[in-house]
Design a binder for this molecule. Structure first.
Ligand SMILES: N[C@@H](CCC(=O)N[C@@H](CS)C(=O)NCC(=O)O)C(=O)O
Length: 371
């Protein structure tokens, strides 16, 4: 008889919750509904007849409304330490094959060491897509059962005074996502361990690591519930959102922060990293010349943003989008120094937009300095 090669995967994950609770998450339909799909999807329907031979069925829904089903039968139920069940896809990534899942739960450090063995994949591609999927599912399982909710799995690495960290923290606050902050400075060994360039911020969600502020915001926006940070109103508004982010990344941050704010901070001699960054931005030119040129550029950039508001409080529509979250920390910092405060007087739409951002609970919740 011809033997068919199959592929399997093994995943280890620490879950900080009582073993009984984690076990129930595999047999209780309402718990399955809360966690058993990757981030960005939802479980539209779940049923589970938790006895040996009993069936379970999970209907997963994508944001676009499309759905796919996974179903199977429980093979072994040995509460609270072991459970086995078949896994069969009807459409979607698990389609066409029946595989076997075995989950062992062992008490560890006040929580549970979860070991999953998923066997019988027809090819490596199916195995890898399930590996990604399970990692994301287990982040959701942790959100559900860890007493700290998503802060048990989600960590933001970066100094909260950084405008880019602040942008991500605004996004997390706008969406009501709980997380832990690890206030790493840039260029430190700890930050280089999570960000290849040692910059801040970087995000870790379980085993998923993401860096670059726009990418982090994109991840949290799609992965979590809560108001979208992308303008809903059409292709032009969405392109504008990207445009303003790119303007900040490519031009405005350099003028507003590196060639202006940092020069002022460096003049006071603190902190040493800013002194270094300010010197890099000057490239051997005198401070006064650099600041004067920066202020001219900032003025031109503010002029562009001023036109963008179009009578509203936000840059791309009736609610804050990522572009507003990028801009708000920069305007805050500009409003703290006399020359740039003077410039801002010329731009009432920016000032009004900034007041709208400052009035939001997300702003007060993330302000890195006493107001
Ligand atoms: N492109 C990066 C920029 C991040 C960035 O410039 N962060 C600053 C702090 S606000 C930093 O880490 N600077 C340290 C350095 O320039 O080495 C992003 O979008 O996240």
């Amino acid at each position: 008889m011809k033997e068919v090669a199959t592929f399997h995967l093994e995943i280890e994950r620490f879950i900080r919750a009582p073993r009984e609770k984690v076990f129930a998450a595999f047999t209780d339909a309402s718990m399955l509904q809360a966690w058993c799909c990757p981030r960005g999807l939802t479980v539209a329907e779940a049923s589970a007849d938790a006895k040996v031979g009993g069936a379970y069925r999970i209907v997963m829904a994508r944001r676009d409304g499309s759905r796919f089903v996974v179903a199977g039968e429980y093979q072994a139920i040995e509460a609270p330490g072991f459970i086995a069940y078949t896994w069969r896809g009807e459409g979607g990534p698990a389609a066409g094959s029946t595989t076997l899942i075995e989950v062992r739960l062992t008490p560890k450090d006040g929580g549970v060491a979860l070991h999953m063995r998923h066997t019988g994949f027809p090819d490596a591609a199916a195995r890898e897509s399930h590996r990604q999927g399970w990692r994301s599912c287990f982040n959701r399982l942790s959100d559900l059962v860890d007493p700290e909710g998503s802060a048990g799995t989600l960590t933001l690495f970066g100094d909260p005074r950084s405008s880019y960290c602040w942008t991500v923290r605004l996004g997390l606050a706008e969406k009501g996502i709980k997380y832990r902050l690890e206030p790493n400075r840039p260029r430190t060994p700890e930050q280089r361990a999570i960000h290849p360039f040692g910059m801040v911020p970087a995000l870790r969600d379980g085993e998923n690591e993401i860096y670059e502020t726009r990418a982090i915001l994109g991840y949290i926006d799609e992965a979590f519930e809560g108001p979208s940070l992308i303008p809903p109103a059409g292709v032009t508004a969405r392109a504008r959102n990207e445009q303003w982010i790119s303007v900040i990344n490519c031009y405005a941050y350099d003028a507003m922060v590196r060639r202006y704010l940092f020069q002022h901070m460096a003049a006071k001699g603190e902190p040493p990293l800013v002194v270094e960054l300010a010197a890099e931005a000057r490239r051997g030119q005198p401070v006064d010349k650099v600041v004067a040129a920066a202020l001219r550029d900032i003025d031109a950039q503010l002029n562009l943003f001023e036109q963008a508001y179009d009578g509203g409080d936000y840059l791309t529509g009736p609610s804050p989008s990522m572009a507003d979250l990028f801009l708000a920390p920069l305007i805050f910092y500009l409003s703290q120094l006399p020359e740039s405060m003077e410039l801002l007087r010329k731009y009432p739409a920016i000032r009004r937009g900034h007041e709208a951002m400052r009035a939001r609970p997300s702003f007060a919740a993330t302000l890195p300095y006493a107001a």
